[in-house]
Each structure stands twice: as structure tokens, then as C-alpha cells.
Ligand binder design. Structure first.
Ligand SMILES: Nc1ncnc2c1ncn2[C@@H]1O[C@H](COP(=O)(O)OP(=O)(O)OP(=O)(O)O)[C@@H](O)[C@H]1O
Length: 759
């Protein structure tokens, strides 16, 4: 009891210090804020603008630049102070979550180390009142129980003994819970945290990071970190805390805009978007691979996304077509296909590139054959993209020549006659600017000027196309690839792609290879400012996609997080997986934190190597299978939803196999559950309540209660992982509905791991 009193006393003192510091920062932010205001108001007073002579222009430019730099420096300072204020407000609410007493070897006494989301110094700025959880010493808290312990610092290893390890729950400055931990590291606090309700936004886990997660978060030595972690083992959590750790550890060189997170879908983006701000860091850029493909190709093609591809595979009726499509997907996702493209690129060095005619007013002014022959007249040892640039320069020169000739043609004279008033005025102003002439006195000068203007305007789109390399017939070059492929099924592969491309459609499996080929011809579009990439649900990327991403971000380190048991896309069923491609330090997370022990015991028996999965010991009800005929389905479901709500479940997801099933279920539930929400691939965020969601969009997210709409819909072997992924979204309650035909994977599962009701 006296422990709590003493600790609360310390919390109070810390809050007083936080208040002092806050008052100080508020004073500073006001002063810097008014300086910013003043600089903005008086910006032009302190700038001497004189554009008479070249020297004056330079002086004016320098003076504007200095003023702008001063403004941005002040704005930056204001931003930093506001950030400090924000952190202090968070610390005031909950200053820390952990304490360790560490007796360093060779010292007389132990130090009390309090750990929170940020550091706080005492009023003399000499001693740490709170250590940032990312500081080297804080590692002790995550890695050790009381007893011998050590941690790494930039100056070497420090050894000693932990004499006390304490965890706190502090809210609004009051200690609500205090646990001293012995050998069972942090279990009590973890129990508390995991017992809470699911949220529509993920929470940070800094207070209870587990040792195996800490190793991932603090890895700074490997270029590629690969995490294979079972469902709910904290992969996404580890990724986000790792981003915060890296931003702290490399704060002088790494900023949030040097980090990207690739997530499985836009809904997931919003689900994880609050974690970094909660930890006082700016958010990293979050995107999906599809967003990248769209940014590059959506102006040329209608691109299929992975969800449409999945819908097709789940619902296709024509078995022959389905078989062809599956073959396509597997081959086109493989590194063998990339190799074929590389071979093809070898051939293109000397022959085979296809170009388009350059056409002006319906007439070909440079034909594709001459473009091709110019290209191949260039030294063949020069790489294709460099030759393309030389070709581009040549074309622009040629176009300028044609442009000059064109000015004398009769159509130009006609166009001058029909020039409307606005164009004429524009030309007049332009001439004034260029020639310092006041009028079009001389008819010849006027005509020359106007014809130049008219022709130049008409040629502008052609020049712009050349600058964008549109003289390369990429579609044709891609189509032609298939006659070079040695794969025995190449006719099937070619037929499928060619038909699509002719209709300006690009399937998901064709999009990355297309871009890869394009980049190898036009020149790579690498992004060199990105230093670290997180790929969540990494098992969903094909080896080809991953190889392509590595070319896009050549200077980046990688953290790949995935679970082979949640490989739901067809391409990831091919033998070669991302995990074989990515050679790096591999971590395995086997403990599942999301779901109750009972749910984990059931879900682990749905998959082949599930016996290694360890549940965290949190109690709940066994999953319930309700097998009934479809005419009582919805009434049963409504009853159970009602029960869950009464038991306190706040997020309840009815997970359906695909989008059309979700729509149907939504329509059925709507009349009785007015605020039920339907989630589709365009949904950007969601609220607590009852949701109906297709299985593949529930990836990475969790809910208090999960209702599997019709377990009997999952029958084929390749739907096993989809089914497993859907079931593992449940935190506290899992109820499976099934029509009488049943579900083959549940039939294989341990009967003792679930309850069953037949209606
Ligand atoms: N150390 C931890 N302390 C507290 N909660 C944790 C911890 N690790 C994981 N969790 C919780 O477990 C749940 C699952 O975590 P997370 O979503 O990061 O797992 P995942 O491995 O990415 O799951 P999946 O692959 O199934 O999507 C989350 O609610 C997360 O907050």
C-alpha cells in the first residue's frame, strides 16, 4: 500500500514538473508564433525589390531567399515546440508505464529507471525523470525479469542486476494499477490490455512489448528483416513500434517522409494511422501496392485490383477459363517469368523494339521504321534507356525542323485569317514581351510571328508526348514478349494478355511485369529518398512484385511481415514465396495475443502446422458452430448479435467469403439492424458497431466478435487459408454459421475445441 502512495507521490511531482515545462513552452510558442506572424506581415518590407539590372535581380533574389529562410526556420521552431507541448500533454495523462531498478556492475547503488513514451528531464536538465522507451537502457524492461541483465549502448555492453520490475497503469495522472513482476513477465498488465474491447483504430503496445517483439523492433543491423508470425502475434504492432524506434534512434538522418508502409488495403491504412501520432511521431507515408500501380498506369489501362482478381477466382463458373487464369497468375508472379522478360530485354538490345509513327495533322511526319533504325544505329553497348534518351533528343531536333518547314504551309495562312480576337491579343502581348515591339506595324513580321505561334501551338502536344517517351509502343513490345517465352503454356498466357491489352485492360498479374518491362526500356523510376520500407501482409506479394519493389527503392532497408498461413492470393500458392526471395534476418513469432486461448486452440487446428502456435493465456468461451438450414440463418444471427452486444462486444463483424455474399447478408440484416454497415474495397474507415465485410478485406484487422456467415461456402483446399484468416480476426467471441453441408476444415478440427448446435 505504501508503495502505491509513494509512487503516486512521485507521479504528482512529475506532473508538477510537466506543468512547469508546459508553461515555459507555452511562453516560447507564443513568442515564436508572434515572430512568425510579424515576419509574414513585414515580409516585403525587409526585401529590396529591384529588377533593373542583372545584378539587382540577383540581389533581390538573395534578399527574398534570406527572408523566406528566416520564416521557415521560425516556423520549424514553432512546430518543434508545439510537438513538445503535445508530448508533455500525453505525459501528463500517463507519465510512464514501467520502472526497473538497475544495479549496474561496479556501482554502489541501483538506479530507478522510469519508462514512458518520451523522455523528461528534471528542472536542472541533469537527470532523467522519465526515459524514452526507445532509449538503450529501456531495453532492460522488455528483455529481462528481475535478476542478471545487460543492454547495448553505442559505447558497449552494460551489465548488472535488475532488483525490481514494476508496471503501472496511470490514467489522468492517477495510478489505477501497479504490478511487480517476477518471472511471469508482464502477464498481468498484458491480461488487462488484451481483455479490453477492440477498437476501430489500433493502439500502441509500448507498455507491454514482448521480448521476441523487442528484438524485431530494435534490429538496426540488417538490411532486410523478415518476420514470419502467426495470426495475432503482433507483426503489425511490431512494425509500427519499429518505425517509431527507428525515427528516434536515427533522428538526425531519418524522418517520417523517408519511411513507407505498404498495407493490404485502404481500410487497414486508416486502422493503423493513429499509432505513430500516439507515440508522438509524425505518420509515415502509407500506401498500397495497388495505389502505386494506379499512379503509374491508370491513364493507359483499366487495371484490375487484387480484390477483383480474388472475386473472380472465388466465383468463376467456367472451370476451363478458371484453370487458364490460375496458370496465368502463378506463372506471371514468378521469378521464372521475370527471367524470361530479362532474356527478352537481351534480345531487344539488338532488335525488336516497336515504336509509333509521329503524326501531325493526319500525316506521318516521322515513321516508326525510321525511329527504329535511328535507335538501332546507336552503339549497341549503350543501355536501352540511355539510347532512348538519345533517341528522344534526336526526335525533338527532327520535330523542330519539321515545325520550321510547316510554317510556310497554306493551312497556316488560313489559320492566321481565322485567328480569333483572344488569340490575336495573346500573340500581340507575347510579341511585345519578346521583341519589345509596340505594334504589328510590319505585316511580314506580324505574319512570321503569328505563323510561328500557330505552328508551335500545334506541335506542343507532339513534343510533350516525345518528352514522355510516348513514341515507344509499349503495348506492342509487351505483347511481343509472348512469342519469346519458352514456357510450354505460352499460347494460353499470350492469348489471355493480348485479348486484355487490346481492350485496354490489364489484369493484376500482368500489371507489375508490364511496369517492369517499361522501366527497363524507358529508364527506372527509382525513389532514392525512401530509406525504410515496411511491407505488412508480405505473403500477399508475389516474388516478382517484391523484386520489382526492390528496384524501385534501391537505397531502402526492408521490414517484411507476413504469415504464410494467411496467404490468400492465388499467386502466393506457387512454390517460390516471398520468404524465399527475401534473404535477411528471419524472426518467428509463435505466440498469438489477439484471441482468447479457446479461439486460438480452435483456429490452430484448421491449418496444417498449427500445433506450434501458442495462445496467450486469456480465457473465453469456446467458438460456437451453429449448423442450421438457410431459412433460420438470419434469425439465429440476429439473436446472437443481440447477445454479443449485451455481453459488451462493441465491434462485431459478420465476415462473408466475398463481396456479393456480403451485399446479400447486408440486405438481409438491414431491416432489423438499421445501423449495420457494409464494408467494400472503397471503404476508408469504419466505426464501432456491426459490420458486414468480405473475408479478404478483414485482413490485418480485429473485432470483439466475429460471425462467419456461412462456413459451408469454403470448400476448396485453397480457401482454407482464407477461412483461417477470417476466423483469426476474433478477439473474444467467434461464432460460425453453416448450412447443413458443413465445412471440411471444421470437420478436420479437434472436436473438443468448439461447441456445436444443430437447429
Ligand atoms: N506485446 C503486446 N502487448 C499488447 N498487445 C499486443 C502485443 N502484441 C500484440 N498485441 C495485440 O494483439 C493484437 C494483434 O496484433 P497485430 O494486429 O499486430 O498482429 P498481427 O500479427 O499483425 O496479426 P494478423 O497477421 O493476424 O493480422 C492487437 O490487438 C495488438 O494490440
Amino acid at each position: 500500500m505504501s508503495d502505491i502512495r509513494n509512487e503516486q507521490q512521485r507521479v504528482n511531482e512529475i506532473i508538477e514538473e510537466i506543468d512547469r515545462k508546459t508553461a515555459n513552452y507555452i511562453g516560447k510558442t507564443k513568442s515564436v508564433g508572434s515572430q512568425v506572424q510579424q515576419i509574414k506581415q513585414e515580409f516585403w518590407d525587409d526585401v529590396t525589390v529591384n529588377l533593373d539590372e542583372p545584378d539587382d535581380v540577383i540581389e533581390t533574389f538573395t534578399s527574398i531567399k534570406q527572408q523566406a529562410e528566416l520564416l521557415s526556420e521560425r516556423e520549424r521552431s514553432k512546430g518543434l515546440i508545439d510537438k513538445q507541448l503535445n508530448t508533455l500533454a500525453k505525459l501528463k495523462n500517463s507519465p510512464y508505464f514501467g520502472r526497473i531498478d538497475f544495479h549496474e556492475k561496479g556501482e554502489n547503488q541501483s538506479d530507478k529507471i522510469y519508462i514512458g513514451i518520451a523522455s523528461l528531464m528534471d528542472s536542472d536538465d541533469e537527470n532523467f525523470l522519465i526515459y524514452d522507451w526507445r532509449a538503450p537502457i529501456s531495453s532492460l524492461y522488455y528483455d529481462y525479469s528481475p535478476g542478471h541483465a545487460q543492454y547495448e549502448t553505442p559505447y558497449g555492453e552494460i551489465k548488472g542486476d535488475i532488483t525490481l520490475k514494476r508496471q503501472f497503469i496511470i490514467k489522468n495522472g492517477l495510478i489505477n494499477g501497479l504490478f511487480d513482476t517476477g518471472l511471469t513477465i508482464g502477464d498481468q498488465l498484458l491480461q488487462e490490455v488484451l481483455g479490453n474491447q477492440a477498437n476501430s483504430q489500433m493502439k500502441s503496445i509500448v507498455a507491454t512489448i514482448q521480448k521476441e517483439q523487442n528484438a524485431i523492433i530494435r534490429n538496426t543491423k540488417d538490411k532486410i528483416v523478415v518476420v514470419q508470425g502467426v495470426a495475432g502475434s503482433g507483426k503489425t504492432s511490431a512494425a509500427l513500434q519499429r518505425a517509431a524506434f527507428l525515427l528516434y534512434r536515427f533522428r538526425n538522418t531519418l524522418h517520417s517522409d523517408n519511411i513507407i508502409l505498404f498495407s493490404p488495403n485502404p481500410l487497414f491504412n486508416s486502422y493503423v494511422a493513429t499509432v505513430l501520432p500516439e507515440l508522438g511521431e509524425d505518420n509515415m507515408e502509407q500506401t498500397t501496392f495497388q495505389q502505386y500501380l494506379n499512379s503509374r498506369l491508370a491513364s493507359i489501362f483499366i487495371i484490375e485490383d487484387p480484390f477483383d482478381q480474388m472475386e473472380y477466382l472465388l466465383t468463376a463458373e467456367d472451370q476451363e477459363k478458371l484453370a487458364i487464369r490460375k496458370k496465368n497468375i502463378q506463372y506471371k508472379s514468378s521469378l521464372a517469368y521475370k527471367k524470361e522478360i530479362d532474356n527478352y530485354l537481351g534480345y531487344l538490345l539488338n532488335d525488336g523494339l516497336v515504336f509509333t509513327d509521329i503524326v501531325f495533322r493526319g500525316e506521318t511526319i516521322i515513321n516508326k521504321e525510321s525511329i527504329k533504325s535511328y535507335f538501332y544505329s546507336l552503339e549497341s553497348t549503350i543501355p536501352i534507356p540511355n539510347r532512348m534518351q538519345l533517341l528522344q533528343e534526336w526526335l525533338l531536333i527532327e520535330i523542330r525542323k519539321r515545325e520550321k518547314n510547316e510554317r510556310r504551309k497554306p493551312w497556316v495562312e488560313n489559320a492566321i485569317e481565322f485567328l480569333d480576337k483572344d488569340d490575336y491579343l495573346e500573340a500581340y502581348k507575347d510579341m511585345q514581351k519578346r521583341n519589345n515591339e509596340d505594334s504589328f506595324d510590319d505585316y511580314e513580321i506580324e505574319k512570321k510571328f503569328l505563323s510561328k505561334m500557330i505552328v508551335s501551338k500545334k506541335f506542343k502536344p507532339i513534343k510533350s508526348k516525345i518528352k514522355k517517351m510516348k513514341f515507344i509502343d509499349m503495348k506492342m513490345i509487351f505483347i511481343q514478349l509472348f512469342s519469346h517465352i519458352k514456357n510450354k503454356d505460352y499460347e494460353l498466357l499470350a492469348d489471355y494478355t493480348v485479348k486484355n491489352i487490346q481492350q485496354n485492360h490489364l489484369s493484376y498479374e500482368d500489371a507489375t511485369p508490364y511496369l517492369y518491362l517499361q522501366d527497363q526500356i524507358e529508364g527506372k523510376r527509382s525513389n532514392t529518398s525512401i530509406r525504410h520500407i515496411f511491407v505488412d501482409e508480405a505473403q500477399d506479394y508475389s516474388p516478382f512484385q517484391f523484386a520489382f519493389m526492390q528496384e524501385l527503392y534501391p537505397y531502402s532497408k526492408w521490414t517484411l511481415l507476413g504469415d504464410l498461413n494467411q496467404s490468400i492470393y492465388f499467386h502466393s500458392f506457387s512454390k517460390s514465396t516471398l520468404y524465399e526471395v527475401a534473404v535477411g534476418e528471419t524472426y518467428r513469432l509463435m505466440r498469438s495475443y489477439r484471441s482468447t486461448k479457446e479461439i486460438v486452440e480452435f483456429t490452430k487446428s484448421l491449418i496444417a502446422d498449427g500445433e506450434d502456435i501458442q495462445p496467450f493465456n486469456r480465457k473465453g468461451e469456446k467458438p460456437l458452430l451453429i449448423q442450421c438450414s438457410s431459412n433460420v440463418f438470419y434469425q439465429e444471427m440476429l439473436n446472437k448479435i443481440d447477445e454479443c452486444k449485451k455481453a459488451g462486444d462493441e465491434t462485431i463483424a459478420v465476415i462473408c467469403k466475398n463481396a456479393s455474399e456480403s451485399e446479400q447478408v447486408y440486405k438481409q440484416l438491414m431491416p432489423d439492424l438499421h445501423n449495420v454497415k457494409l464494408i467494400d474495397k472503397h471503404t476508408l474507415s469504419y466505426e464501432k458497431g456491426v459490420l458486414v465485410i468480405p473475408s479478404y478485406l478483414a485482413k490485418g484487422i480485429e473485432f470483439d466478435a466475429v460471425f462467419i456467415h456461412n462456413a459451408a461456402e469454403y470448400q476448396l483446399e485453397y480457401e482454407r487459408k482464407l477461412f483461417y484468416t477470417a476466423c483469426t480476426r476474433a478477439m473474444h467471441t467467434l461464432i460460425l454459421f453453416s448450412t447443413e453441408d458443413g465445412n471440411p476444415f471444421i470437420k478436420e478440427a479437434d472436436e473438443a475445441s468448439y461447441r456445436k448446435i444443430l437447429r
